[in-house]
Design a protein around this ligand. Structure first.
Ligand code: ADE
Length: 236
């Protein structure tokens, strides 16, 4: 079974949205498991202190290496990758999600405060991962994002919606536009070609729309897509 272990000082955040919808059904059905570890239970003083003032001064607090290391040592007793969610990490990509989903699970450390003592990151080989170039108030929501992205790829979780067929058709491109009835809504018609019944034409239209949206919105993805497909015959 694919196992997610989350180390956090806010265990009440979980399962949160991961307990609902498809991920939640799969969790209840035993298709994956979630264990949430309260870092605070590994503090040893009577106030259960997990943070302290930064060496060198400055604002905020830093999570203590010793407390977090005890939490990690009690949890990461197997070979799962150990990731720490932080805006200074390597960007999370769908390729990385696919590799993580294909493994046995993840151990996720959620940062809070100004940061985590650098020595525990090195000493416990935590790989730093970011979900985007913006700053959240902690790693918990980022951990949920990562878990959701992995779980939906596990066999039997999503059904047809994530069945590789459509995703490989437009691999590396943004999604084409979708429509459903009514045929005319507030003066806006469904594009004629989608009502034509001509599956070849429909596939070609969707492909060109996916390419147009990618070119317009994500020049970075478009350049990568062109680089990959250069010299290769197009497979539709
Ligand atoms: N914690 C705070 N901001 C984050 C981000 N953008 N990605 C991952 N973890 C975070």
């Amino acid at each position: 079974m694919w196992r997610a272990s989350v180390l956090t000082i806010f265990p009440d955040f979980f399962p949160g949205p991961l307990g609902a919808s498809l991920a939640g059904k799969a969790l209840a059905a035993g298709a994956w498991s979630l264990d949430v570890v309260d870092i605070r239970t590994f503090a040893t003083d009577k106030h259960r202190t997990v943070d302290d003032t930064p060496a060198g001064g400055g604002p905020g607090m830093v999570m203590k290496a010793d407390v977090l290391a005890r939490a990690i040592d009690a949890t990461a007793t197997d070979k799962r990758p150990r990731l720490m969610l932080t805006p200074r990490g390597m960007p999370l990509t769908q390729a990385r999600v696919e590799r993580l989903a294909a493994g046995s699970g993840v151990v996720l450390v959620c940062g809070r405060f100004e940061g985590i003592d650098e020595r525990v990151i090195a000493g416990r080989r935590l790989e730093e991962v970011s979900i985007g170039d913006y700053v959240l108030s902690g790693g918990e929501i980022a951990a949920m994002v990562l878990i959701d992205a992995c779980v939906r790829l596990r066999p039997g979780v999503m059904g047809a919606a994530a069945s590789g067929v459509e995703e490989s058709f437009t691999a590396g491109l943004l999604e084409y536009p979708h429509y459903t009835r009514p045929q005319l809504w507030e003066g806006r018609p469904i594009p004629e070609v989608l009502l034509s019944g001509d599956h070849g034409k429909i596939a070609a239209w969707r492909r060109s729309e996916a390419e147009r949206l990618t070119r317009e919105r994500r020049p970075d993805l478009w350049a990568a897509f062109l680089a990959r497909s250069r010299g290769r015959p197009r497979t539709e």
